[in-house]
Design a protein around this ligand. Structure first.
Ligand SMILES: Nc1ncnc2c1ncn2[C@@H]1O[C@H](COP(=O)(O)OP(=O)(O)OP(=O)(O)O)[C@@H](O)[C@H]1O
Ligand SMILES: [Mg+2]
Length: 373
């Protein structure tokens, strides 16, 4: 038996004609923060609802903490209240007529626990939420972030084996959302509960997750830690969906000192080696922060700065390069005036088939152990 918090195997869910989930496999490890990330309609909520028991899948198997809660082949399908889960959805409801303690204790009251036990657990949960002493407050007397924590507290009250969270921060304003990301991680650590999280916000997913499953059209394109899906995405879709990217037409010309040399419009670039170079017409894909600007060099591509925007912790440049427009993210100490002619180098990049389909493969070098900055 697996010791995973959640196991999902070959999950399929169809709605009259649409395949919302088209064969999804993943396992959430004990204590893990695991995120389903993808654009609207890719099947995140449907997958989560199947785990919760709010939706019956058509095929596959789901286990929670080793217990099979759904198995299409064997006709197993436990109801939501028979599954050891806690849930918070986007439209989280904190009951306005109950105080904080009553809100958190409510699921225990429904389960007919003793008043003494409920009071003790509510105190414990208030501690996990860092809301000691606020049990008697009414929701209207709480900030949006505190209300959100109460909703989490109610989900934690029953000591679930896993927390299922569907875009729980999307109702909060940008500043609060950022703050709640850290809060949520701290609450998770204190409660030692695994989290299966759903979001379409890649920044949120990268910042919070131990591992991310990037979904498109009911399928997982890439499952891995944040750095991996960002730096070495498996498919063109993942590359495009997570973060910004520049594409330069390129032709590999060989290896030089363990580095891959490619020709792009205007000159040659040298990249970390070890990339398996595919056949056919290629593009070099480079994140804005992996483009390095410097004095123009002979034989290297160059561009003209058309726009320089100060973005607080650095600058964002728009360049008119020989191969087309280029977006560059630079540190604060790299200051180039608009109109200047600059040389272009690349710290790292990946290769893709020119005009590749979203599910086409991305060819990446493993990240060098000692990147030459
Ligand atoms: N009850 C339903 N009846 C019919 N189709 C549905 C139902 N629920 C979801 N779908 C369809 O299944 C697909 C996946 O929907 P789902 O809600 O899982 O997407 P999502 O990834 O959560 O998107 P979002 O980011 O917009 O919340 C969509 O095409 C959606 O229209
Ligand atoms: Mg959804």
């Amino acid at each position: 038996m697996s010791d995973a918090a959640v196991t999902v195997e070959r999950l399929v869910k169809r709605f009259s004609g649409t395949t919302a989930v088209g064969g999804v496999d993943f396992a959430v490890a004990p204590g893990e923060f695991f995120t389903l990330l993808g654009p609207s309609g890719c099947g995140k909520t449907t997958t989560l609802r199947c785990v919760a028991g709010l939706e019956s899948a058509d095929e596959g198997r789901i286990a929670i903490a080793g217990e099979t809660v759904f198995d299409a082949g064997r006709g197993v399908d436990l109801a939501a209240n028979e599954r050891a889960i806690g849930m918070v959805f986007q439209s989280y409801a904190v009951w306005p007529h109950m105080n904080v303690a009553e809100n958190i204790g409510y699921p225990l009251k429904v389960r007919k626990r003793l008043a003494r036990e409920i009071a003790a657990r509510v105190e414990e949960v208030l501690g996990l939420l860092d809301m000691q002493g606020l049990g008697r407050r009414m929701p209207a007397q709480l900030s949006g972030g505190q209300q959100q924590r109460v909703a989490l507290g109610r989900a934690l009250a029953v000591e679930p084996k896993v927390l299922l969270l569907d875009e729980p921060l999307s109702n909060l304003d940008a500043k609060l959302r950022e703050q709640m990301r850290a809060e949520l991680k701290l609450i998770q650590r204190r409660a030692r509960v695994p989290i299966l999280y759903v979001t379409h916000d890649q920044v949120e997913a990268l910042a919070m997750s131990d591992r991310i499953a990037v979904m498109s059209a009911g399928r997982i394109h890439h499952l891995g830690p944040p750095e991996e899906v960002y730096e070495r995405p498996r498919t063109r879709f993942v590359l495009d969906f997570i973060g910004a990217v520049n594409y330069l037409a390129c032709r590999p010309v060989g290896e030089e000192g363990g580095r891959l040399v490619v020709e792009v419009p205007g000159g040659r670039l040298s990249l970390p080696g070890g990339v398996q170079v595919p056949e056919g017409a290629l593009s070099l894909a480079v994140r804005p922060e992996d483009v390095a600007l410097g004095p123009p060099q002979p034989g290297a591509p160059r561009g003209r700065v058309t726009l320089c925007s100060f973005v607080g912790d650095g600058f964002e440049y728009h360049l008119d390069a020989q191969g087309g427009p280029l977006r560059v993210r630079a540190e604060k100490n790299v200051v180039v005036p608009e109109g200047a002619e600059v040389g272009i180098a690349v710290r790292q990049g990946v290769l893709v088939a020119a005009d590749g389909a979203p599910d086409s493969e991305v060819f990446a070098a493993s990240r060098p152990a000692d990147p030459d900055e």
